[in-house]
Design a protein. Structure first.
Length: 184
């Protein structure tokens, strides 16, 4: 844990303001849930809560199944980071912050099929990706309790790969199942 040098007082209702710079850096938006932890030393720790992170083992099983069945890289992400990925090395996508493009696509709640071969612009999945090597991509938002909480992505790096209706339907079905799982 590192000190920021910022000190805030608690108001009469027990509230503390998290400074804008910290919210922006940690991608904490208005309405985002935070988990509250305490430790033995009397420290209070706030952690951004990810409902999809709660089912990360389930998400990993799903991405593994998608990768085996479809032969494409499969990812499940929440609104901030990649929660599970199969078909790539663990350190390539897992626990990495998602790109602004993916964040915007989640907010727009629209399923997408993008093929570079037909002139489509494939989105970077994470902020760390400088040169997006994907040739085709399918994106479907995960909706739970009426809120967009993440996404399912299928990706290909094969030259000439083209994703279509079958891949889109698989991603939409998976997103729907994950969304229903989150509502339970």
């Amino acid at each position: 844990m590192r000190a920021t040098g910022i000190v805030r007082r608690i108001d009469e209702l027990g509230r503390v303001v998290i400074p804008k710079e910290i919210r922006r850096t940690l991608r904490i938006r208005e309405g985002d849930p935070l988990e509250i932890y305490t430790d033995r030393d009397g420290e209070v720790i706030l952690k951004k809560y990810s409902p999809i992170g709660e089912i990360s083992a389930f998400a990993k099983d799903y991405t593994e199944s998608l990768f085996r069945a479809m032969g494409h890289i499969a990812c499940i992400c929440d609104r901030d980071m990649v929660v599970a990925a199969s078909g790539v090395s663990r350190k390539e996508l897992w626990d990495k912050p998602i790109s602004r493009e993916i964040e915007t696509a989640i907010a727009n709640r629209q399923s997408l099929t993008i093929n570079r071969g037909t002139g489509g612009k494939v989105m970077a999945v994470t902020n760390d990706e400088e040169n997006v090597g994907y040739t085709a991509q399918v994106f479907s938002p995960i909706i739970a309790d009426g809120e967009a909480i993440g996404a399912v992505l299928l990706l290909s790096r094969e030259n000439g790969a083209k994703m279509g209706d079958a891949e889109l339907k698989v991603a939409e079905t998976t997103a729907s199942i994950v969304g229903r799982q989150m509502e339970q």
